[in-house]
Design a protein around this ligand. Structure first.
Ligand code: 9WN
Length: 446
C-alpha cells in the first residue's frame, strides 16, 4: 500500500515526517531498519541511520555506531545483524539459526549473525565529526571508534583478501547489502548443490510482511540458506574454510565503500594524531585493483570478479558506478560512468523515462522493476551516487539523483525501494524505512 503526502509537501514537512519515522523505529540504543520486516540492528543501516539523528540528537547518532560495534568479533568482523534481545520480532534467519553462540571470538554478551556488510563506518564517522556540536567532548568516541574501524578494515584486508590485492570478497549475497542482484544468480549457476538434500529446513518470515513478487524467489532463498549452512558448519571465518568455499566474489561497491572509508579514516586519524600510513597503503592498493581487475572496458563500468571461477561477472548494476565515490576512476572512466547513468540503460527513453537510479540496468535479463535489488531505486545508493558525482564535478547529474529521490519520497512515502519507471511509480518492501528517512534528513539539513 502506498502512502501519499498531501502534496505538495514542503521540505520542512518532509523532514518532520522523516524524524517521526526514525523516532518510531527507535529501540533504545539503536534504530531498527523498518517497523516489522527488520526488527533488529543491521550493519550498514546503522551508519546511514546515524546521519539522520546527527543534526538533532548527536548522542543517538553515536549510540547507533557504538551499539553496532558491541557486536564486533575479536578478529575484527562487524556483523551484518546484531540481534535485539528485548524485541523478539519475527525475522528469519533469527539468532539461533546462525549458531554463533559460544563461538570463540564472538562477544559473549551480544547475539550476532556470522556475516559482515559494506564498511561504511569510516566515512560515516567523518560525516558525524563534521556535525559534532562539541568536537572536544566527542573526541573519546571518535578515538574509540577509529580503533574499532581499523580492526574491521584489517579483517577485510587479511581474511577476505587471499591474494593481497586490496580487494575484499563477500562470502554471501547478504554481505554485499544488495542481496538479490542478478550478479549473484550468475555466480550461483556455477555452484552445484541439491536444494532437496543440501538445504536445511527453514521458514521465511519476510513474506508475512511483503508480497512475494517484491522479495527474492524461493530458489534465491534456498541458495542463501545453503551458504549459511556451509558457513555455520565450518564455524565461520576460519581461514582454512575459504579453500573450497564456493562463493567468494569481489564486488565493486563493497570495495569502493571500503576504499572511501580508508580515506575518511585518514582525515579522522590525522585529527586524532594517529599514524595513517596503513590506511594510505590500503586506499592506494584498492583503487589500483578496482581498475586493474574490476573495470570492464567494453561496458564502461566496474563489475564483480568471481574468485572461484577466476573471471569477471559481466552484469551492469548501480554498484558498478560507485567506485566514483572513492576516486578510483580516471577522468575518461568517469566520463563513461556518467554517460552510462544518462544512457537508456538507466534512464529509459523519452517515451518511457525512469527515476534515477535503477539498482540493476534496465536491459539486464535479470532486471525486474519491483523485485528487490533487481531494478528498484534505493535511496542509500542514490545518496552515495550523489556524493560520488559531486566529487567528479558533475553537480547537475548529482542534483538529479537527489531530486529524484526526494520526489519519490514526496509522492509515495519513506519506502525501502521504488519502481524506477515513472509510468508505474510506487514504493515497495517496507514503508517507514529508516535509512530512507535518515538520508532525506541529511539531504535537507541546513
Ligand atoms: C538481509 C536491512 C537489510 C539491508 C539490506 C537489504 C535487506 C536483509 C533481508 O535488509 O537485507 O540482510 O532480510 O532481506 O537488502 O541491504 O541492510 O534493512
Amino acid at each position: 500500500m502506498n502512502h501519499r503526502f498531501s502534496e505538495p509537501s514542503s521540505d520542512t514537512e518532509l523532514v518532520t515526517e522523516a524524524r517521526r519515522v526514525l523516532q518510531n523505529n527507535l529501540l533504545g540504543t539503536f534504530t531498527k531498519p523498518a517497523p516489522s520486516l527488520y526488527p533488529h540492528q543491521w550493519n550498514w543501516d546503522a551508519g546511514f541511520i546515524a546521519l539522520g539523528w546527527a543534526p538533532t540528537n548527536f548522542k543517538q547518532a553515536c549510540s547507533e555506531i557504538t551499539a553496532l560495534f558491541r557486536g564486533q568479533w575479536s578478529n575484527g568482523m562487524v556483523p551484518q545483524i546484531v540481534f535485539s534481545v528485548k524485541n523478539v520480532g519475527k525475522y528469519f534467519p533469527g539468532y539461533r539459526f546462525w549458531e554463533t553462540q559460544g563461538l570463540p571470538g564472538k562477544p559473549r554478551n551480544t547475539r550476532t549473525s556470522g556475516l559482515t556488510m559494506p564498511a561504511v563506518h569510516g566515512f560515516i564517522l567523518q560525516r558525524l565529526l563534521e556535525q559534532a556540536p562539541d568536537t572536544r567532548a566527542a573526541r573519546p568516541f571518535f578515538r574509540r571508534m577509529f580503533d574499532r574501524v581499523m580492526l574491521l578494515h584489517n579483517y577485510l584486508y587479511t581474511l577476505r583478501d587471499p591474494h593481497k590485492e586490496g580487494l575484499a570478497f563477500v562470502c554471501h549475497p547478504w554481505e554485499s547489502g544488495m542481496d538479490n542482484l542478478p550478479t549473484w544468480e550468475t555466480v550461483f549457476e556455477t555452484i552445484r548443490f541439491d536444494p532437496e538434500k543440501d538445504v536445511p529446513p527453514y521458514e521465511r518470515m519476510d513474506l508475512l510482511h511483503v508480497d512475494a513478487p517484491f522479495r527474492p524467489r524461493k530458489e534465491s532463498y534456498d541458495r542463501y540458506i545453503y551458504l549459511v549452512d556451509l558457513l555455520r558448519k565450518s564455524r565461520y571465518q576460519k581461514p582454512e574454510l575459504w579453500g573450497d568455499y564456493p562463493f567468494q566474489v569481489q564486488e565493486p561497491m563493497f570495495n569502493a565503500i571500503l576504499s572511501h572509508s580508508n580515506e575518511a579514516m585518514m582525515e579522522l586519524g590525522t585529527w586524532l594524531g594517529k599514524d595513517t600510513g596503513q590506511l594510505q597503503e590500503w586506499y592506494d592498493q584498492t583503487n589500483k585493483s578496482l581498475n586493474d581487475k574490476l573495470w570492464d572496458e567494453q561496458r564502461g563500468v566496474y563489475v564483480s570478479y568471481d574468485l572461484v571461477q577466476q573471471k569477471q561477472v559481466p552484469v551492469v548494476t548501480a554498484g558498478g558506478i560507485l567506485p566514483l565515490l572513492c576516486g578510483a576512476p580516471n577522468e575518461k572512466q568517469a566520463e563513461r560512468l556518467a554517460a552510462l547513468i544518462q544512457s537508456p540503460k538507466f534512464c529509459g527513453s523519452p517515451e518511457n523515462p525512469t527515476w534515477l537510479c535503477a539498482s540493476t540496468a534496465l536491459d539486464e535479463p535479470g532486471f525486474d522493476p519491483c523485485r528487490y535489488w533487481r531494478g528498484p531505486v534505493w535511496i542509500n545508493m542514490n545518496w552515495m551516487l550523489y556524493h560520488a558525482l559531486l566529487r567528479y564535478g558533475r553537480p547537475a547529474l548529482a542534483a538529479r539523483l537527489r531530486d529524484d529521490s526526494l520526489e519519490l519520497v514526496r509522492r509515495h512515502g519513506f519506502w525501502e525501494y521504488y519502481n524506477p519507471w515513472k509510468k508505474d511509480s510506487g514504493g515497495y518492501g517496507s514503508d517507514r524505512f529508516s535509512w530512507t528517512a535518515a538520508l532525506v534528513v541529511d539531504w535537507l539539513r541546513k
